[in-house]
Design a protein around this ligand. Structure first.
Ligand code: PXG
Length: 285
């Protein structure tokens, strides 16, 4: 089905939605993006995603030529114009076309692109049986090199870890930071349950602070579950009672094996399943 794609203030059929081969988004990965979900035609946590998009842009000195309100409206409109109920939205802002040189000052026309499409969910059985993941040998970007807080078009760090995971038969892979602490997975945040307490790496571990992660922390606290954002080791993961991942695409998904080590009982844990349900209700509310 052909989609109407938003590009710089206009909606055009997807075949006509193009950017220049001189765009620094393509040439250098110089740009930022967000992945959002809509449920029943309503975008989940739209303001938080738009805020993060603008923060990512600011962190790379990229001035987005429209306001956050206008961006939010354009995202909403992309969903409604394409008649999407439960869908996935990709918002991208590139540096724009420039010269064959790094200098971003030679790019004068940032490109704003919004694509809304149907969502390809992970197979249902993975939510019931739980994922098996591995720890990648690729460490997460050093925060002083390219901060993981910036959702940039430069995703090679994550893609290299994803390739290693896929080669091992896993659709996700755990990434450690430069200190050897647990950071996050290639497109998902990680949580553990230990003695009834929910544990997740803090921002300083070098993670993208996921919007799903924030929602799950809120839901857990509402449910009376203690949550701690603390540094975690690979050993903490192996010895945890439960493990699960959170992300816009995955929502909440249990993990039952890490590096061939069974987590807890080797079956999805009760806290993970409860939070999965609570998140499901929140998004469909
Ligand atoms: N860490 C990283 C590195 C991510 O890229 C998350 C955590 C989870 O954040 P949210 O805000 O989504 O809870 C992400 C998000 C995709 C895709 O198409 C990837 C993400 C989000 C949506 C789609 O692979 N990554």
């Amino acid at each position: 089905m052909s989609r109407q794609v938003y590009i710089n203030g206009r909606f055009v059929p997807q075949e006509e939605a193009t950017v220049s081969v001189f765009d620094h988004g393509l040439l250098y990965g110089d740009g930022v993006f967000e992945g959002l979900r809509s449920y029943g035609g309503k975008v989940f946590r739209l303001e938080a995603h738009v805020r993060r998009l603008f923060e990512s842009a600011e962190a790379i000195s990229l001035e987005i030529p429209i306001s956050q309100t206008e961006m939010g409206k354009a995202i909403d409109l992309s969903v409604s114009k394409n008649g999407i109920d439960d869908g996935y939205i990709r918002a991208v802002v590139t540096r724009g076309a420039g010269t064959l040189g790094l200098d971003p000052n030679r790019c004068s026309n940032p490109q704003i692109i919004i694509i809304a499409d149907a969502i390809a969910l992970y197979p249902q059985e993975l939510y019931e049986q739980g994922l098996e993941i591995i720890t990648s040998s690729v460490i997460r970007n050093h925060p002083a090199a390219l901060s993981p807080r910036i959702k940039s078009l430069n995703y090679l760090n994550n893609i290299l870890a994803k390739i290693e995971g896929l080669e091992a038969g896993c659709i996700e892979a755990l990434m450690l930071n430069h200190k050897g602490e647990v950071a996050e997975c290639t497109g998902d945040n990680l949580f553990l349950v230990r003695n009834g307490v929910l544990l997740t790496p803090p921002s300083e571990a070098g993670i993208l602070e996921g919007i799903t992660r924030d929602a799950v922390i809120e839901l857990a606290r509402e449910a009376g579950i203690e949550v701690q954002e603390i540094a975690l080791s690979k050993q903490d993961v192996y010895e945890a009672d439960e493990c699960f991942l959170t992300g816009t695409a995955a929502e909440v998904i249990p993990v039952v094996k890490v590096d061939s080590c069974e987590i807890g009982t080797g079956k999805p844990g009760s806290v993970a399943l409860d939070l999965k349900e609570r998140f499901h209700r929140l998004t469909r509310a």
